[in-house]
Design a protein. Structure first.
Length: 238
């Protein structure tokens, strides 16, 4: 039986308790990730993703990630937070999913078995938008319980007890990466140039232009936290 795009969680954020909603999209045409199950973590307050970003409400789903930008007053110019550098375009897939949530277009997958079915035999992307650590870990553990693998990244190492089996630690500096390695965790780090890679500890993302795009995320499977025994991953800013 064909699986449906579904809500897999609706409740408080693990970051600040604000209402959030998580939607699993079962088919994707993303050229970098391949056809993975995509998960969108959204503020559930009735405001669109751009406005939530502009006002700083996205702390509940993005936490301390510096790439979300600096919150502004609602009357400030522009549709986004000041200096937002996140690569996710809010006006595309994120906005489309949010609109469907507002229309009550998605059924809710309730309980372990229903959620597990959505990821069964598939590769799963935790946090297509939003940080998976904002969601109770049992939700994604259910989604991954019958999956072929997953990718996941978290910027919340400084405020939450991030599960190293679920997530790569998103490191913004070499110092942050080295500290994570000391703690036995794997990292995903954005570089300005390939010369910045730390040989022996990091490898270039195989799906990146600089690595020749020799794989997609669903075939690579390296960004699965400590469940994979491999070097950490780095990618040149794009």
């Amino acid at each position: 039986m064909k699986t449906q795009n579904s809500i897999i969680y609706r409740g408080p954020s693990m970051i600040d308790g604000s209402p959030i909603v998580v939607v699993a999209i079962t088919k994707s045409s993303n050229s970098k990730t391949g056809n993975m199950v995509q998960t969108y973590i959204l503020c559930d307050n009735g405001l669109d993703p751009m406005l939530n970003n502009k006002l700083g409400n996205d702390y509940s789903i993005c936490g301390n990630c510096k790439h979300k930008g600096e919150a502004q007053d609602i009357d400030a110019p522009g549709k986004h937070a000041k200096g937002r550098t996140c690569y996710v375009a809010l006006f595309q897939g994120v906005l489309n999913v949010w609109k469907q949530v507002q229309k009550n277009a998605y059924p809710t997958a309730q309980g372990h078995e229903a959620i597990a079915k959505l990821g069964a035999g598939r590769m799963v992307r935790i946090g297509t938008y939003g940080d998976g650590a904002a969601v109770p870990s049992y939700i994604f553990k259910s989604l991954l319980s019958e999956a072929d693998g997953h990718t996941g990244y978290s910027h919340q190492e400084d405020i939450l007890d991030v599960d190293p089996k679920l997530y790569m630690i998103s490191a913004d500096t070499e110092a942050q990466a080295r500290q994570a390695w000391k703690d036995g965790k794997r990292t995903f780090r954005v570089l300005l140039d390939t010369n910045e890679i730390i040989k022996g500890s990091e490898v270039l993302c195989p799906a990146s232009k600089e690595a020749g795009r020799r794989a997609t995320c669903d075939t690579c499977k390296l960004c699965a936290g400590s469940t994979v025994k491999a070097k950490s991953i780095a990618i040149v800013k794009h």
